[in-house]
Design a protein around this ligand. Structure first.
Ligand SMILES: Nc1ncnc2c1ncn2[C@@H]1O[C@H](COP(=O)(O)OP(=O)(O)OP(=O)(O)O)[C@@H](O)[C@H]1O
Ligand SMILES: [Mg+2]
Length: 326
């Protein structure tokens, strides 16, 4: 099966007054039809930049330096702004951490969801309304008729996020990107929204790129996981395998940090140290100063990516075979 989205050897750089620096380096992964792929990593690892590069919404000071992103076999790097408008919000949609980012505060809920259909389909007004009400019910916004006339500020955070999910879903996208969609919500609402993503996964033939700093959340919804650290991918694999047999020391630390009901009352594990600033990119493996397994070569060279039989990959010197020059 051909991948729906292919990111190949992507480098993204920032051009700042103090100079240029690479924020993402050599990012490669595929998303297949109907697959749910997660990106996990601590704050500042480059998760949002990766999604912004795919959506063509990188900040003005950032640009793709190298590599390619293709969607349904077509390169996104050189789409015209008209082609982007046709794709974005239609076949390729996005859900943000803070729903107000994607909601228009002065438009009623019904109108703004219907607006998506107006822009991208030739449905009649009545057909649009039917479709909106169906989608609102589907995302857990009952009494759609009453809610239709409400404004975003009249809704709770959880309901607002359901509205932005409805807007991202209603065009029957091929790929939805959700960047920390539950982080701004309290724990109970968070788990309801995660359940909603599970339902979407079962009922829709859409792929999903799900971004979170919380591996526990990723575990709940994803098939495949990408672990990022300081602008690079350090491990990739199927979710069960990655959680049960993590290879990279960073992934192992992230797993230790997953809250566990059986350990209630104990202090949650936090990884000592912090992610290095990308501006201060040093030679060697950026995780080496926090890694308990550090080897001599970790300080001087970034490891190659090693691939295992099942497609699982890891970028860590611990997995270099004897004789591998590196
Ligand atoms: N507008 C910007 N100007 C300069 N540097 C930026 C800008 N946006 C991002 N960066 C740099 O890119 C890095 C990665 O940012 P990104 O937003 O992708 O992180 P993230 O993994 O999504 O983190 P978080 O979990 O906090 O959302 C940042 O640490 C910062 O160095
Ligand atoms: Mg982010």
């Amino acid at each position: 099966m051909a991948p729906l989205l292919s990111v190949q050897a992507l480098d993204v750089a920032f051009q700042l007054p103090e100079g240029e620096f690479l924020a993402l380096e050599n990012i490669s992964f595929h998303i297949y039809p109907n697959e749910v792929v997660g990106i996990v990593g601590e704050s500042g690892c480059g998760k949002s930049l990766t999604s912004q590069a795919i959506m063509g919404i990188l900040p003005g000071v950032a640009s793709i330096k190298h590599g390619n992103i293709s969607f349904q076999g077509c390169s996104l790097n050189d789409l015209s702004s008209r082609e982007w408008q046709e794709l974005r919000g239609n076949e390729l949609t996005m859900i943000f951490q803070e729903p107000m980012t994607s909601l228009n505060p002065v438009l009623t809920i019904g109108r703004q969801i219907a607006e998506v259909l107006k822009k991208h389909t030739s449905l009649s007004k009545i057909e649009r309304k039917q479709q909106v009400i169906k989608t609102m019910n589907e995302v857990g916004l009952p009494r759609a008729e009453a809610l239709w006339k409400a404004y975003p500020h009249q809704l709770s955070g959880g309901m607002r996020q359901r509205v932005s999910i409805a807007m991202a879903l209603i065009s029957r996208p091929k790929l939805m990107i959700a960047d920390e969609p539950t982080t701004a919500l309290d724990v109970t609402i968070q788990s309801q929204i995660l359940d909603l993503f599970q339902t979407i996964k079962q009922n829709h033939s859409t792929s999903l790129l799900f971004i979170s700093h919380d591996l526990g959340v990723i575990q709940a919804v994803c098939d495949q996981v990408i672990v990022m650290y300081a602008g690079r991918i350090v491990e990739q694999g199927k979710v069960e395998k990655l959680i049960s047999e993590p290879k990279h020391p960073y992934t192992q630390s992230l797993i230790q940090s997953i809250p566990d009901a059986t350990k209630r009352g104990q202090r949650l594990y936090t990884i000592p140290g912090t992610v290095p600033h990308l501006q201060e990119r040093q030679v060697g493996c950026p995780f080496s100063n926090r890694c308990t397994y550090k080897l001599k070569q970790c300080e001087t060279s970034f490891p190659d990516t090693y691939e295992f039989d099942d497609g699982h990959t890891v970028a860590c010197h611990l997995f270099a075979k004897e004789g591998d020059g590196n």
